[in-house]
Design a protein around this ligand. Structure first.
Ligand code: FES
Ligand code: FE2
Length: 334
């Protein structure tokens, strides 16, 4: 018997780079309250365009920095230069967590005077039209850097704009990623005729890559498709579909809490597609992947994690996948 009031998946949140926003969601002078990694956070963009992420609670007296009042009611707080202004008493904090202004103090607190980083400040990278932060439960510095994806560069002339889809999933991220090596579920959950055949699958340090051949149902009939995947840690993946209609998917997942995950999928397709059948095929590929997410979610939202599942020879390389994933699982310091 498994009690229903215990965690379904008792694993810690993985460390690594994780997406919190798309670049386009945060204009200069804007701030957005966020909840990720079991914490309250605020993202803001300085007036000169730098994306910053800080802890939400003002070190002065604990007000949430992410909400404005008076003329800012319903919007974010005020951003002044490189700093976010607390709505409670107007203290200002920069993206490094230093207090840059106290409007009414004759004598500033010593830590402010010394320029100490007082407010929790996150490592941020803006790349591939996304805003990423580094999460580590023991506050260790980044051990690798996110990679630029040429198709997702903001000035790439050949690829169109992001088509964005997001899902809130009630499970630990490892359970979701495990689908990639779960050969048998494709038939039963997704109704595909074949099991994607792995041309290769490689686990290398914080990266994981693979190439799969699948039979894709399209308006032109069932066609062989090639899927190439690359993951950078637990949170960032790129999937390139070719053979049928070129599609690039930036498939990112971010822990909201231990058993809550936000999936952020951004699809890119070539700008120039004259042929309208091609366009229909392109749309069908995106619709098919989104449908698969919805099908998977029915399982993910409810399944129990088993440390030792009863596997058989037709199942995929689960042990390899879990061994690779375990490098990111560290319990937070108490
Ligand atoms: S609580 Fe933020 S300025 Fe007082
Ligand atoms: Fe799936």
């Amino acid at each position: 018997m498994i009690a229903t009031d215990t965690p379904r998946c008792p694993l810690p949140m993985p460390f690594g780079w994780f997406q919190v926003l798309y670049s386009a969601e945060l204009a200069p002078g804007d701030a957005i309250p966020m909840h990720y990694f079991g914490q309250e956070l605020v993202a803001f963009r300085t007036e000169d365009g730098q994306a910053k992420v800080v802890d939400a609670f003002c070190p002065h007296m604990g007000a949430h920095l992410g909400y404005g009042i008076r003329e800012h009611t319903g919007k974010g707080p005020k951003i002044v230069g490189d700093s976010i202004e607390c709505p409670f008493h107007g203290w200002r904090w920069n993206g490094e967590g230093q207090c840059t202004h106290i409007p009414y103090a004759k004598n500033e607190p010593p830590r402010v005077k010394k320029g100490e980083s007082i407010l929790g400040a996150w490592q941020v990278r803006e790349i591939n039209q996304q805003i990423l932060v580094w999460y580590h439960p023991q506050n260790e510095a980044p051990s690798w850097e996110p990679e630029a994806i040429p198709e997702a560069s903001p000035d790439n002339a050949d690829w169109g704009a992001f088509e964005i889809h997001t899902w809130d999933i009630n499970t630990h991220m490892q359970e979701m990623g495990e689908n990639a090596v779960d050969a048998a579920h494709f038939h039963f959950v997704h109704g595909t005729d074949d099991v994607p055949e792995a041309a290769f699958q490689e686990f290398d340090g914080y990266q994981r890559s693979g190439k799969f051949i699948t039979k894709q149902p399209t308006p032109r009939g069932v066609i062989d498709g090639v899927i190439e995947t690359k993951s950078f840690g637990a949170g960032l993946s790129i999937v390139r579909f070719s053979g049928i209609y070129d599609t690039v998917l930036l498939a990112n997942v971010t822990p909201v809490a231990r058993e809550k995950t936000k999936a952020m999928y951004a699809f890119l397709q070539p700008k120039a597609t004259e042929d309208s059948l091609g366009k229909t095929v392109g749309k069908a590929i995106i619709a098919n992947i989104c449908q698969q997410m919805e099908e998977d979610q029915i399982i993910w939202d409810r399944k129990q994690y088993f440390e030792k599942p009863m596997l058989c020879d037709g199942d995929g390389p689960f042990a390899k996948y879990r061994r690779w994933y375990s490098q990111f699982l560290i319990e937070p310091t108490a």
